[in-house]
Design a binder for this molecule. Structure first.
Ligand code: FAD
Ligand code: NAD
Length: 333
């Protein structure tokens, strides 16, 4: 049986791992985080989860629609019955208006990572394990972790990390450069959770705004802390990348008071910085990266243009690449 190492337990890695296990491969997943989920992660609090990363997902491809249906049936996801609105701020002129649509939006329950964890349910997963170096000798991969542990004997490796982290790991392992523009493919996002009443305007607020991209209120998300999550846009997040949580709490409070017109108490909860959050739409998505001679593939949401659904499709594509390569070797043997 072929042994595969999947580095990264976000939706891309979990999807690839689940599909490979289904096909009879022996898979081990590694993630530096405390649990699986990656950018589909929610922070646990006594009052419920905070969705600090992805807020919801949509499904357009048949493959992802089928997967979402399975999650819905298993109670690992639900439809988010949100009311959409649009916040505009052009040269200081603010308008907040309803922007209703028919789009079905889904969330994991009780937290965003539930669907990822479900995919990984029966798969060997090493969390808190940052892989810092790979080496390929006699057609076998070894992985070295930050803690100095070595994991050996893998026939193939899948890297399902943001491009800068793929690049760093490849450089550290003396493997070839595979991106021209890795540094700019994913842009940062500061995410800020604030306790406050919901605005009657809506709980999924798209923003055409000098500072913000999206504001969400969690009142209709099962299992969540009933609060606001504000996502600052890439330009504003990059400009103030090193600022402290207090800076972000002050910015978020000003938006809630002055633009959403919240009159009652506002309490800061959590500010989280994502260095590699969302796709830069100025750069063409590069697809998955293949080094078949070394049995190494890399991919993620960034392969096809960001979004949860694209992470799922990247996971399927990576698994298929391993399966095709395996079948080719079998046929020529
Ligand atoms: P990731 O989830 O980033 O997984 C990569 C994993 O690799 C991580 O778990 C990380 O810990 C691990 N890792 C990194 N380096 C190493 C290493 N050296 N060793 C071991 N492990 C490592 N998409 C939507 O569709 N809808 C939304 O509303 C939405 N909102 C978003 C809001 C924010 C703030 C952010 C950050 C993202 C949002 N997205 C949204 C995008 C969505 O979250 C991603 O497209 C998707 O989760 C990416 O999954 P992935 O598996 O490709 O990558
Ligand atoms: P979607 O179809 O709900 O939204 C896609 C885009 O269409 C939105 O970003 C928005 O610009 C626009 N839009 C949709 N409905 C709207 C409405 N009712 N009123 C006004 N504008 C509307 O979802 P999707 O295509 O699955 O995209 C996923 C979401 O993830 C997007 O909102 C994207 O911005 C967000 N995202 C955020 C980050 C981050 O770093 N904060 C990273 C990746 C993705």
């Amino acid at each position: 049986m072929k042994k595969i190492a999947v580095i990264g337990a976000g939706l891309t890695g979990a999807t690839a791992a689940a599909k490979l296990v289904q096909q009879g491969f022996q898979v081990t997943v590694f993630d530096k985080g405390r649990s699986a989920g990656g950018r589909m992660s929610s922070k646990r609090t006594e009052q419920g989860y905070l969705d600090m990363g992805a807020q919801y997902f949509t499904a357009r491809s048949d493959a992802f629609k089928q997967q979402v249906q399975q999650w819905l049936e298993a109670g690992q996801a639900e439809v988010w019955p949100c009311t959409t609105a649009l916040l505009c701020n052009e040269d200081g002129v603010v308008s907040l208006k309803s922007s209703k649509d028919e789009q079905r939006r889904f969330i994991g329950v009780p937290s965003m990572q539930s669907p990822v964890k479900a995919l990984l349910q029966d798969i060997a997963l090493n969390t808190g394990c940052r892989i810092q170096k790979l080496s390929y000798q006699r057609q076998s991969w070894s992985l070295l972790s930050d803690e100095g542990k070595t994991y050996t004997g893998f026939d193939a490796v899948l890297l399902t990390l943001p491009p800068v982290q793929v690049q760093q790991l490849m450089a550290q392992s003396s493997l070839p450069e595979v991106f021209d523009t890795a540094a700019n493919l994913l842009e940062p996002c500061w995410a800020v959770a604030m306790q406050a009443e919901a605005s009657p305007a809506g709980d999924a607020i798209f923003c055409q705004h000098p500072k913000l991209r999206f504001i969400s209120h969690q009142q209709y998300k099962s299992g969540r802390n009933c609060c606001y999550i504000l996502h600052f846009n890439a330009a504003f997040s990059a400009e103030h990348l090193q600022q402290s949580a207090d800076f972000w709490f002050a910015e978020a409070t000003a938006v809630l008071r002055d633009e959403l017109n919240i009159k009652q108490a506002i309490e800061p909860l959590v500010a989280h910085r994502w260095l590699y959050a969302s796709q830069n739409d100025q750069i063409t998505a590069p697809g998955c990266i293949a080094l078949p001679d070394q049995q190494l593939w890399a991919g993620g949401d960034w392969s096809y243009g960001g979004r949860v659904e694209n992470a799922y499709l990247a996971g399927l594509a990576l698994a298929q690449a391993v399966i095709d390569s395996h079948n080719l070797v079998q046929e020529s043997a």
